[in-house]
Each structure stands twice: as C-alpha cells, then as structure tokens.
Design a protein around this ligand. Structure first.
Ligand code: SF4
Length: 265
C-alpha cells in the first residue's frame, strides 16, 4: 500500500517524464474521438489515425454515420481489424445517439456505456479528453504499470480504475491515465527499461529484485530474474511479450545425407 505522499511523488514524476501526455488519437470533436476510440480496439492509435481523415470526411457526424452503407463503412475502416463488428457498432452507436441525444455525445458514463460498442474505457477516454468530465481510462498499459509500481494489485480494469481514482483528485484522473499509458508504451514495456525510469525508487517491481542488465545502445534489455515476486513478474512480462517464432512454412528442416551430397555437387 502506497502512502499518499508516495502516490503524489509517483504521479508528479510521471508528469515530468511525459510532459505532453495526451491521447494520441487525432480528433476535432467528441463524436470523432468516440469513433476513433471505438476503432482503436485491437488496433493502434497510429493505424486509426491513418483511416479517420477519409472516414470523417465521408461521415462527419452521427446523422451521416447512422445512414452509412455497411459495406462502404467496412471498406473505410478495414485496416483497423474486426471491421465488420466495428462497422455494425458505429452505425448502431450513431443511430442511438440520434434517437436519444439528438446526435450529440452525452457527457455521462451511464449514457455512453448504453451505446453499442462503448465500454468504460472508451467512455472514460471521451469524457476526460473531449467533454471535460474527469475519467480514468484503464487499458493494458495502465494495468501493467500500476501493478508493477505497486499502486494496485489487480488485473480487473474496473477495480483498478476505482482504486486509482480514490488515490487522486478528479482533476488528475485523465492525465494520470495518459502518463501511465505513455510510460507503458515507452519505458515500462513488457520488458521494462528500468534504468531509464524516474519512478524506480518508488516501484515495487524494481525494489523487490527484478533488475535489468546494463543498457545496450538502442537495444532492449532482458530481465535478470531474481526470486519470489520478481521471478513471477518476469515470467508474466515474458508471457505478455513472447519471443517471435519463425512461421512453420519458413522453418529449416535438417538436410538428409543424400541432400547434403547433392548440395556439394
Ligand atoms: S522501475 Fe521498471 S518496472 Fe518500475 S515502473 Fe519503472 S520501468 Fe516499470
């Protein structure tokens, strides 16, 4: 359990580490951010940002998207993955926005999560970034980093959201999530870059013995496994980021004696 002084110290340090932390999705209003966040499921922000300019030009608001042809919408969002389900959710979400909210994005968690394809994480992103309502989105980066530091001890996103919100004033919630996400992407990756991290003195993962080899220029560090929790954390990290395997079609098969002879001729 962290003291309130150490919680403040940790989030102040993360703020300094990532001074421009914000969502990396491109948007100009709440509807666009809602759509972009829905598309980012099982995809990346960079990938979503490639498709949204054409998408928002063709379907700029809920009325246009509710009347979209499913096949055309699927083509526009194809590269974000799960495009059939996402297309259905976008049309359903836009239709309900029109029906219940006059096409406007509501500024409430209950109203947002009643829309098709919108969960707590998406709702919190939109509330916190586009509607001025404090929200703390919890994604896999927030889960990993907050657990490693020892701020929380849970894999349940809702429990983690509630616990983090209880530690911080509402005005810090959205930025706390943004800094944890950026920290998880850039520093506290599945194989963490602890020597580059400015919260390591307050980090349980670091202090309990999981250390990293000296940094190689431009290279990633492998975990040196200690005992107890550090070993378990290292194994968890490895499970999240398994080594790349050569596809079966590219695997080398040992040469037979006959084949070796043929090769020499
Ligand atoms: S010290 Fe290491 S494990 Fe802890 S938050 Fe920093 S990068 Fe992550």
């Amino acid at each position: 359990m962290k003291t309130s002084a150490s919680v403040t110290r940790i989030f102040d340090a993360l703020d300094r580490h990532h001074p421009g932390a914000d969502t990396e999705l491109a948007y100009s209003n709440a509807f666009e951010l809602l759509v972009a966040t829905m598309l980012s499921a099982q995809s990346t922000d960079a990938r979503v940002n490639l498709v949204t300019p054409a998408l928002f030009k063709r379907f700029p608001d809920a009325r246009a998207m509710a009347a979209a042809d499913g096949a055309e919408l699927e083509r526009l969002i194809l590269s974000t993955g799960f495009f059939r389900q996402k297309s259905k959710s976008l049309i359903g979400m836009s239709s309900l926005l029109l029906e219940r909210h006059g096409g406007e994005v509501p500024a409430s968690m209950a109203a947002l999560t009643a829309l098709p394809g919108v969960g707590r994480k998406t709702a919190n992103v939109v509330l916190g970034h586009a509607l001025g309502v404090p929200g703390l989105p919890v994604d896999r980066h927030v889960l990993r980093v907050a657990n490693r530091i020892g701020l929380v001890h849970s894999d349940d996103p809702v429990k983690v959201e509630v616990a983090l919100c209880a530690m911080l004033p509402p005005a810090r919630w959205t930025r706390a999530s943004d800094t944890l996400i950026l920290h998880g992407r850039r520093v506290c990756r599945p194989a963490p870059l602890c020597p580059r991290c400015n919260v390591r003195k307050d980090c349980d993962f670091y202090r309990t013995g999981a250390t990293t080899k000296p940094m190689k220029k431009g290279g990633s560090n492998r975990l040196r496994q200690g005992s107890g929790e550090s070993r378990r954390s290292a194994l968890r990290a490895k499970a999240e980021d398994p080594p790349l395997r050569r596809p079966a079609s590219q695997k080398k098969t040992p040469l037979t004696k006959k084949a070796k002879k043929r090769g020499r001729r």
